[in-house]
Design a protein around this ligand. Structure first.
Ligand SMILES: Cc1cc2nc3c(=O)[nH]c(=O)nc-3n(C[C@H](O)[C@H](O)[C@H](O)COP(=O)(O)OP(=O)(O)OC[C@H]3O[C@@H](n4cnc5c(N)ncnc54)[C@H](O)[C@@H]3O)c2cc1C
Length: 534
């Protein structure tokens, strides 16, 4: 069998790559060793940038129609136990009431993996040139100058086949065989915590305590932060997590049940569905690949889930990679284009894994700065101690709950395929986000008409935004000379012109600014060659 792009792994990142390539008209085949069932959903926060990609793919209504109840409140509540004392909370409405911020046409969504992966698979499956093949495990591969030969087997029968491809992309998760075969090391901290997750079912959970609907309960005992309970489907299923620490500890089912009762504050009826021990890591691959084999998602970075960045960052990886693969297969990508993938994405991963570990430390900070003992006693002195601790902890935790800058503010500073304009790099924000059309940054959102964002202009090829009819012919003809797909879009909009700051702004197929200026460059061909990685 032959395929232009072989994707290994059908988690959210591999599925997003299959969909993004399919949307670009690129044939690809995805192999996934399992049947695709999700026994324990991991991600549940589909970040705002991922939702912008979903908008581009036309699948926002599918996400909104996922079965997570849109009215279910998303509060984060800090408690001694779910049925115990409340220290404080950060209130958030249900997803149906969440508003898009001024910087984006979309807002984040709560759509857990067992709902989101099927949406991504359905989207990829709409393209006849995308093949999703479950029960297919990559066993090994060999890279040559003209392509890659992969050995794949059906784990049920052991039957093997050879798949030839131009490019092989490992989206095969933290244990990535692709990364190991390439001999790429991971840098960082291999163990932050040994954590144990359990999904339990309790249909009348809400009626058993007075805390109301919440997305997450963080349980803090006299010893400090001990566990979290997350409303994984906004109904009857919850993910309980014994956060643990860097010391290895394994829990049997009886111990997990006892810990759930402790976290709740008293015995109650529930069923434990799955128990998964896992290691929380802070690791980034030293390279994201080269030549014909690349890695993306957890294969390239392993991150604490505190913040909900992991999958979202992986989907950004493949949106960065997919147009470059399309350019190579389409014959207009330069020989250094694919090198820019690792150069652009690795610093974003380093930034995000650090932020997520910072969030973990903030969540665990009550282990060092414990609540006063009175905080666990009834009465007015207890109320005062709870209010004092709750206010302090809530202030610390806000950085994790408000992360617009992390999701939208990543930029490709110093990328060899971005032409700097000499302006200084603005600060990299976490909770706030100031839009910028500086080269390397995500091209800003602005409403051109009700329901029509500037972001809706970008995606398939390059877009040259033109304000005030500035001459653009030499850039357009330089692109045509190299078969680079480029569309000139005239905008007559004062606010958009102010936001983009220059009369001509060249936006890449992934929605990042490649170049900008008030007049076409003297050497337009050099600019086009640079942004196509020649
Ligand atoms: C508790 C928890 C909560 C999280 N919450 C969030 C969140 O809210 N938001 C967020 O963005 N991220 C979150 N994450 C992180 C997120 O789940 C991961 O980053 C994401 O699942 C990574 O996706 P992936 O496709 O790269 O890898 P995976 O999901 O690990 O998928 C890899 C796939 O590759 C397959 N595979 C492996 N080897 C082979 C092979 N040799 N051949 C064929 N197939 C193979 C595997 O079967 C698997 O299906 C969370 C993680 C945890 C643990």
């Amino acid at each position: 069998m032959r395929t232009p792009v072989l994707i290994v792994g059908g988690g959210p990142v591999g599925l997003a790559l299959a969909g993004e390539l399919g949307w670009r008209g690129i044939s690809c085949t995805l192999v996934e060793k399992s049947d695709g069932s999700i026994y324990q959903p991991k991600q549940d926060l589909v970040g705002i940038r991922t939702m912008e990609f979903c908008r581009r793919w036309g699948i926002v209504p599918w996400v909104e129609a996922a079965p997570y109840p849109r009215g279910y409140r998303q509060d984060n509540v800090y408690v001694s136990a779910v049925a115990g004392f409340e220290f404080g909370r950060e209130k958030f409405p249900g997803m149906g009431e969440e508003k898009a911020p001024p910087q984006s046409p979309q807002h984040r969504e709560r759509c857990p993996q067992d709902m989101f992966d099927p949406i991504l698979a359905r989207f990829a499956g709409t393209f006849p040139h995308v093949g999703l093949r479950y029960h297919r495990e990559l066993l090994s591969f060999r890279e040559g100058p003209d392509g890659v030969e992969a050995r794949v087997a059906d784990p049920r029968s052991g039957a093997e086949e050879i798949i030839q491809c131009d490019y092989l992309i490992g989206c095969d998760g933290g244990g990535s065989l692709v990364r190991q075969t390439l001999g790429i090391a991971m840098a960082g901290n291999p163990v932050l915590t040994y954590t144990t997750n359990a999904i339990f079912r309790c249909p009348n959970f809400l009626a058993l305590h007075g805390k109301g609907e919440a997305y997450r309960y963080i349980i803090i005992g006299p010893e400090g932060t001990f566990a979290t309970i997350v409303a994984i489907n906004g109904a009857d299923r919850f993910r309980f997590s014994i956060v643990g620490d860097a010391e290895k500890r394994e829990y049997g089912e009886a111990e997990v049940r006892a810990a759930i009762v402790k976290a709740f504050g008293r015995p109650f009826d529930f069923d434990v569905l799955t128990i998964v021990p896992w290691i929380r890591r802070e690791l980034v691959a030293e390279s994201f690949g080269a030549n014909r084999v690349f890695i993306a998602g957890d294969a390239a970075h392993m991150i604490s889930p505190t913040g909900g960045f992991g999958m979202n960052m992986g989907i950004q990886d493949v949106v960065d990679l997919a147009w470059k693969l399309a350019a190579m297969l389409g014959g207009w990508g330069g020989k250094r284009l694919l090198d820019s993938y690792s150069i652009e994405r690795r610093p974003v991963a380093v930034r995000n894994v650090r932020e997520a570990s910072g969030n973990l430390n903030r969540m665990l900070s009550p282990r060092a700065q414990k609540p006063a003992p009175e905080a666990f006693e009834p009465g007015p002195a207890g109320d005062r101690a709870r209010a004092e601790f709750g206010a302090r902890f809530a202030a610390i935790m806000r950085r994790e709950w408000f992360t617009l800058g992390i999701h939208l503010g990543y930029r490709y500073e110093g990328s060899p395929i971005v032409v700097p304009d000499g302006t200084p790099e603005p600060p990299d924000e976490v909770s706030t986000y100031t839009q910028s059309a500086r080269p390397g940054h995500r091209a800003p959102h602005h409403w051109l008409a009700p329901g029509r964002s500037t972001l809706d202009l970008y995606g398939k090829g390059f877009v040259l935004l033109r304000f005030d009819g500035a001459p653009a012919e030499n850039l357009a003809s330089a692109a045509a000379a190299r078969s680079v797909p480029l569309e000139v879009v005239d905008l007559d909009d004062r606010a958009a012109a102010a936001l983009y700051e220059r009369k001509l702004v060249l936006v890449r197929p992934d929605g990042h600014v490649a170049w900008r200026g008030d007049a076409t460059p003297a050497d337009a061909q050099a600019v086009i060659d640079r942004v196509r990685g020649a």
